[in-house]
Design a protein around this ligand. Sequence first.
Ligand SMILES: Nc1ncnc2c1ncn2[C@@H]1O[C@H](COP(=O)(O)OP(=O)(O)OP(=O)(O)O)[C@@H](O)[C@H]1O
Length: 288
Amino acid sequence: MNKLEVANVYKSFRKNEVLKDINFKANTGILGILGNHGSGKTVLMNLISGLTKPTQGRVLINGLDTVDNSIQVKERVGYLPQDFSLYDELNAYEMLGYIGKLNKMGTRQQIDDRIDEVLEWVNLKGAAYRKVGSYSPGMRRRLGISLVLIKDPDIILVDEPTTGLDPLEQIRFRALLASLGERKLILLSTHHVDDIAAICDQLIFLKNKTVDFYGTPNQWLGGIQSRIAETVIRDRNQLSELTREYKVISMKQVESGVHVRLILRSTEPYFPYTLVNTELEDALVYYS
Ligand SMILES: Nc1ncnc2c1ncn2[C@@H]1O[C@H](COP(=O)(O)OP(=O)(O)OP(=O)(O)O)[C@@H](O)[C@H]1O
């Protein structure tokens, strides 16, 4: 049985159709949900967590329909939204203890043991007695995931995992998610391709309200292999012509002109170029 199955799901808000005919199955590992602003990533996460109901179709968690079995499903799915609130006056032990008690997770000793275990995973043991209000954004995000982990869900949903974190904290948080993905199914909703490149073994690209691609990041890149080129353009007129005719990924002023990274078309270009390795950002520009 699959941990997650999304079958023929449609979602509309009044007459505004946001998602249509969404189909995929997933088990363990890290699945990235990529899409432009407003493409429906958060709506899809809300459907999977059981926070909202599909207009049509079914979402199954361990074979259980999220609508018919909402209580069991909520126990199996943990959701860390992009913005979540913490009680700044409490410390991490107190916050986790509160969740443990609220969810009747066992005796005081059992809850304390579980808190120790979870704080170890998220590398917050050293700061466990500090008020949460003094935590850095990365520590807050790691505490957020520990509040999800304490209930030992099978599926963890994380919205925009690294937004607002400094580079070192991003690396730490991604490493934490990667280690969790060995046992659980982790779904990341993001518009940062770096998150996908760093840790996702599968990706879904949402476009035109539906799943435009589902597979490995390498398979997605395969579609534009040998089509990414770089060139330096000196002439302003030639540069504006080129930006009209080609999908440009990036432009940077250099000493000898403007360095341009672009997607080649089927016809041979009229300018000298060098083929370069394909990256996920190229695919995002190409398929968007
Ligand atoms: N509760 C709601 N009522 C009405 N429309 C909604 C509701 N929630 C989402 N939408 C609409 O659904 C569409 C998709 O929104 P969603 O937040 O899922 O996009 P997203 O891909 O997560 O975007 P972003 O990257 O900006 O967070 C948007 O047009 C949004 O206005």
